[in-house]
Design a protein around this ligand. Structure first.
Ligand code: NDP
Ligand code: GDR
Length: 327
């Protein structure tokens, strides 16, 4: 039986990845912060019915000693580093925390592996946000980076330290440059889930409007359930490498939003309010990934369309609100 260690196991990707690994017969361990409210924070694992099938261990990406102890105890075959301060908008308000976790935290987990289990295979959750002010219409592994937020700057450090440990120490360290991926387990602060939750609330008479920022921004959106498969595939390769994971289709926030309103039978123009409070100090206007390398080398392909995903998310939010709203 193979053993996997997942940081960020209480997040969206951590939950889907754990489900995938358990299905493949792995023993799964996760790092959980003391500050996480376990009952609440493991709700994603419960939602997938796997909360009692994984082992959660106290640790923090900012605390090297906790990571050394965990790697020593677990002796993982594979380590997936998904933990981060992952919300771009918060990174301007908490730039130093973002750097400590999303950037330096990557070196902490790499050092723990190097010290205790150097043969473990390592996955780093890199991001399309690293492209930022891109110069090319489609971004691939060869596209230069130009980060536009403290989050993206921190992810760029995490990306390059992963490449550096691979080249310096011969570690099996791979980096997935993942474009936006969503699901019913997405945090409600991110735009797709904010939209599907908001549309469900309007449909049920719990809210009258949905306030968004820049609806002209374009993103390449896929489903998290599909994207965690690419993470696993990267660690099954003989050689570590970096891969773009994307759908190859980009859509405005406005058009994504329209899918949700249409599915609920609501008129978007009556409920959508543009609120400058949600504008960012610097924006990434458009992202569009070229997943050709992942398709050729990993045999990976996205399986869910944007329409299918948004409909799944609206239905899940309707179901959740009907269940939890009194009366
Ligand atoms: P989430 O925000 O849903 O999850 C983040 C996880 O990190 C949570 O489990 C959180 O724990 C944990 N975490 C935060 N700070 C610490 C810390 N100091 N020590 C230990 N754990 C910590 O993110 P996603 O699942 O969406 O994303 C997973 C990774 O992929 C992130 O690194 C993200 O930046 C990156 N990424 C995501 C993309 C996407 O579209 N989803 C695209 C590209 C990259 P807690 O529950 O305690 O808050
Ligand atoms: P992003 O995701 O910043 O791309 O980072 P998010 O869903 O937050 O924003 C996407 C785009 O929508 C615009 N937008 C709004 N965003 C939010 N959150 N709320 C709003 O009200 C709103 N209105 C418009 C944003 O300006 C932006 O252009 C996500 C995270 O998961 C990162 O961790 C990950 O690395 C990247 O995706 C790839």
């Amino acid at each position: 039986m193979k053993t996997a260690l997942v940081t960020g196991i209480t997040g969206q990707d951590g939950a889907y990845l754990s489900q995938l690994l358990l299905g493949k017969g792995y023993e799964v361990f996760g790092v959980i912060r003391r500050s996480s409210h376990r009952g609440v924070e493991d709700h994603r694992l419960r939602w997938l019915g796997i909360a009692d099938k994984v082992t959660l261990l106290d640790g923090d990406l900012a605390d090297l000693s906790s990571l050394v102890r965990i790697v020593k105890d677990v002796r993982p075959d594979e380590v997936y580093n998904l933990a981060a301060q992952s919300f771009v908008a918060s990174s301007w308000r908490q730039p130093i925390l973002t750097a400590n976790i999303t950037a330096v935290g990557v070196t902490n987990i790499l050092e723990a592996i190097r010290a205790e289990q150097p043969e473990a295979r390592f996955y780093q959750a890199s991001s399309s946000e690293m492209y930022g002010l891109i110069q090319e219409p489609m971004q691939s592994e060869a596209t230069p980076f130009y980060p536009r937020s403290p989050y993206a700057v921190a992810k760029l450090y995490g990306h390059w330290i992963t490449v550096n440990y691979r080249e310096s120490f011969g570690m099996h360290a791979s980096s997935g440059i993942l474009f936006n991926h969503e699901s019913p387990l997405r945090g409600v602060e991110f735009v797709t889930r904010k939209v599907t939750d908001g549309v469900a609330r309007i449909k049920l008479g719990l809210a009258g409007e949905l306030r968004l920022g820049n609806v002209d921004a374009k993103r390449d959106w896929g489903h998290a359930r599909d994207y965690v498969k690419a993470m696993w595939l990267m660690l099954q390769q003989d050689k570590p490498d970096d891969y773009v994971v994307a759908t190859g289709r980009t859509t405005t926030v406005r058009d994504m939003c329209r899918i949700a309103f249409d599915h609920a039978g609501l008129d978007m123009e009556r409920h959508l309010v543009i609120d400058p409070a949600f504008y960012r100090p610097a924006e990434v206007d458009v992202l569009l990934g070229n997943p050709a390398k992942a398709e050729q080398k990993l045999g990976w392909r996205p399986e869910t369309t944007l329409e299918q995903m948004i409909i799944e998310m609206v239905d899940a939010d309707l179901e959740r609100l009907r269940r939890t709203t009194p009366g």
